[in-house]
Design a protein around this ligand. Structure first.
Ligand code: NAD
Ligand code: USQ
Length: 382
């Protein structure tokens, strides 16, 4: 299959591109490298040293003989995107290429506007390019579990059957996103659903939970293939942050009461979920939604597990319930369905102590790279 991985220089996209290439697909990466520029803007970095995209794909070719083409450019530039479609004629377009940090989108007006225009217009351009140049191409779009928020009822996969005043319908599940970033994903979902309806595009919206870990079998082949690992208060995500905080002797930063429950999955399952979606395309005109996670935990539970495992490794982290910089429920009901990917063959890599130790060891090996001033959150929702 000819597959474009947009955002293929990023945390989820890079291991996905390698994995799909290993499976024999013809992979092309599209990325404007904006995430690397954001590190410069925030005076931050990845805990693991990361090679340039050029070096990465050259090393992959040297080790495996497989070529990954790269197109450096912005999805917001439609002429560039058309050219990519013309040159690659994709069967599937895996779309990771968005600004993905909730705190980044809440810094100020400029960052909110950038996030929504980058994400919504980029995605709209992808829809138009599929319509114009590759109408059979399957759009595999990364959404987020955060589109649903934390309702006091079970979260279904994209749709819910509702009975109202004696009539029934299957409707899009209500959305209650918690940041301008999460809102951009909701806007994307609506645009994709509409494009499927009017143009007969086939699309899968993968509402992904929080991804932890960094290594896959492919990224571990050589240090040049290293994946990035974020820890700062803007791009670092809950579990990865706690593990890195343990490594540097920082208190584990549980925001508020810590009863915030979220869905999680290992990066090894992210790459597999994309393959499953690609191998089982949506029908023409179908807007399909899969909830892409394997387990859910409260933030407090994750901090406690991290603390216990870190102690077994001779470290002594403490849990600090710091003032929550976000506006969100700190204790709530949470139950979400995730059967679609399981039914198509996903065998989850669950969060074991071994997995926690592996990530902690990577953090310990690289702890001197952490810029400590970046660890505490500085962006607030107010
Ligand atoms: P990332 O920031 O590491 O990677 C995104 C990549 O997209 C970067 O390399 C960036 O340079 C590129 N990009 C951004 N805007 C672009 C544009 N306009 N044109 C071309 N390239 C562009 O993010 P990630 O963690 O790999 O996340 C990938 C996707 O998965 C995002 O859409 C995100 O919303 C979603 N997601 C991530 C997580 C997670 O925990 N990391 C969880 C759920 C969903
Ligand atoms: N949190 C802490 N301490 C921290 C960091 C976070 O308590 O040090 C809490 C937050 O307040 C929040 C929860 O942990 O309640 C998750 O925060 P996060 O930063 O780990 O994740 P989030 O902002 O939701 O965003 C991440 C990715 C995003 C993706 C989303 C999936 O950055 O791209 O869409 O996870 S989901 O959460 O399912 O929406």
């Amino acid at each position: 299959m000819k597959i474009i991985v947009a955002g293929g220089d990023g945390f989820c996209g890079w291991p996905t591109a390698l994995y799909l290439s290993k499976q024999g697909h013809e992979v092309s990466i599209v990325d404007n490298l904006v995430r690397r520029k954001m590190d410069e803007e925030l005076h931050s970095n990845s805990v693991t040293p990361i090679a340039s995209l050029e070096e990465r794909v050259a090393k992959w070719k040297e080790l495996t003989g497989k070529e990954i083409k790269t197109f450096i450019g912005d999805l917001n530039h439609y002429d560039f995107l058309r050219e990519v479609f013309k040159q690659t004629n994709p069967d599937a377009f895996v779309h990771f290429a968005e600004q993905r940090s909730a705190p980044y989108s809440m810094i100020d007006r400029e960052h909110a506007v950038f996030t929504q225009s980058n994400n919504v217009i980029g995605n709209l351009n992808v829809l138009f390019a599929i319509k114009e140049l590759a109408p059979d191409c399957h759009l595999i779009k990364l959404g987020t579990m955060g589109e649903y928020g934390a309702p006091n009822i079970d979260i279904e996969e994209g749709y819910i059957e509702i009975e109202h005043n004696g009539r029934k319908d299957k409707l899009p599940y209500p959305k209650q996103p918690g940041s301008f970033y999460h809102l951009s994903k909701v806007h994307d979902s609506h645009n994709i659903m509409f494009a499927c309806k009017i143009w007969g595009i086939r699309a899968t919206d993968l509402n992904q939970g929080i991804v932890y870990g960094l290594h896959t079998d492919e990224t571990e082949l050589h240090p040049i293939l290293n994946n990035r690992l974020d820890y700062d208060g803007v791009f670092g995500t809950a579990l990865n942050r706690f593990l890195i905080q343990s490594a540097i002797g920082h208190d584990l930063t549980v925001y508020g009461a810590g009863g915030q429950t979220r869905s999680f999955l290992n990066i090894k399952d992210t790459v597999r979920c994309i393959e499953i979606a690609a191998n089982n395309p949506a029908e023409k005109g179908e807007f399909r939604v899969f909830n892409q996670f394997t387990e859910y935990f409260s933030v407090k539970e994750l901090a406690e597990r991290t603390k216990r495992v870190a102690e077994e490794m001779g470290l002594s982290p403490k849990i600090a319930n710091i003032e929550n910089p976000r506006i969100e429920a700190e204790e709530h009901y949470y139950h979400a369905v995730n059967t679609n990917l399981r039914d198509l063959g996903l065998e989850p890599n669950l969060l074991t102590d071994e997995v926690l130790k592996e990530i902690l060891n990577v953090a310990l090996d690289n702890k001197d790279r952490v810029i400590k001033e970046n660890v505490l959150p500085q962006v607030t929702w107010k």
